[in-house]
Design a protein around this ligand. Structure first.
Ligand code: ASP
Length: 300
């Protein structure tokens, strides 16, 4: 049994120029989460704190700096799961909350598991989470990308749909001293997405999963494919018989690719505090630390 924390900052064709801030942001998030775990804090608090760091960093497609949808709005999705109780919470299509990971956690702690759009925002307000103007989430860089997309929209919805692989969704899995495992995922979704489109990230089992008896996982990549293989639950189930999380992560991405021609990445931590990750995109931002290694390593 040992403490462990792993984060991702999205799988995709992140450019060499973008790789540096992605790597730095992932490492910073892992540091913040680890401080909580190392001081005896709960995995739930470590996951929330680490994801919030990346939501507040415009580098990532989560919180501020997310991709805009076709209508020119940022709409956010997030999910949270507690492996001790199997309680889970998620939100989708949220326009007026920056840290939707916190909102997903609040939903998890309520009588519900999934709230969307204005209803989720109303819930946020009732639970003391500040509502902001959607414009505050739209950075000049992302507005420029949206304007480019308006000129030449990405090719979509054909039989031979090739997903844009931009990257930037964020997620975290942590194991605390009590052996509790938590996982969370947060995203602005795909670049220039159809309004109302929801990917895997807020779907319990697809974008996130945690169960103290096995481990926890957070997904990133082409949401439609990840959803169809319920990837995070697949990855956690692959930890059965104390399988090495590195092997389980590899088997998961192999299944995604073979079964639905999917592209993406997965991060995993098991109940003993071992970690694993895998991706089949050009890059994925990641960082991790375990009690065994005692050192944060990360890359993109
Ligand atoms: N999985 C996210 C989605 O489909 C995107 C990503 O991970 O980059 O919304």
């Amino acid at each position: 049994m040992g403490l462990a924390l792993i984060v991702h900052g999205g799988a995709g064709d992140i450019s060499a120029r973008e790789a540096t801030p992605h790597r730095a942001g992932a490492i910073r998030a892992a540091q913040i989460g680890w401080e909580i775990l190392a001081h005896g804090g709960a995995a739930r608090d470590a996951v929330e704190a680490a994801v919030r760091v990346m939501e507040d960093d415009p580098t990532f497609d989560a919180g501020i700096g997310s991709y805009l949808d076709r209508n020119g709005n940022v709409t956010l999705d997030a999910s949270f799961m507690d492996g001790a109780t199997l309680n889970a919470g998620a939100v989708a299509g949220v326009k007026r909350v920056q840290n939707v990971i916190t909102l997903a956690r609040r939903v998890m702690e309520s009588e519900h598991t999934f709230l969307i759009a204005e209803g989720a925002e109303q819930f946020a307000q009732e639970h003391g989470i500040a509502l902001i103007d959607n414009r505050e989430l739209c950075t000049p860089e992302q507005i420029a990308i949206w304007q480019e997309c308006l000129q030449s929209p990405p090719v979509r919805e054909t039989a031979k749909y090739v997903p844009p692989q931009a990257g930037g969704t964020v997620g975290c899995v942590a194991v605390d001293r009590a052996g509790d495992i938590a996982a969370g995922t947060s995203t602005g979704g795909m670049k220039f997405k159809r309004p109302g489109r929801v990917g895997d990230s807020p779907l319990i089992g697809a974008g996130v999963y945690a169960d103290n008896t096995l481990g926890g996982a957070s997904s990133t990549g082409w949401g439609e494919a990840i959803t169809r293989v319920v990837m995070a639950k697949f990855a956690v189930d692959a930890l059965a018989s104390d399988r090495d999380p590195r092997e389980a992560a590899h088997a998961t991405i192999e299944y995604l690719a073979k079964r639905v021609h999917g592209t993406g990445g997965i991060i995993l931590a098991d109940r003993t505090g071992r970690i694993g990750f895998c991706f089949n995109t050009p890059r994925m931002a990641w960082a991790h630390i375990t009690e065994q290694t005692g050192e944060i390593v990360g890359d993109c």
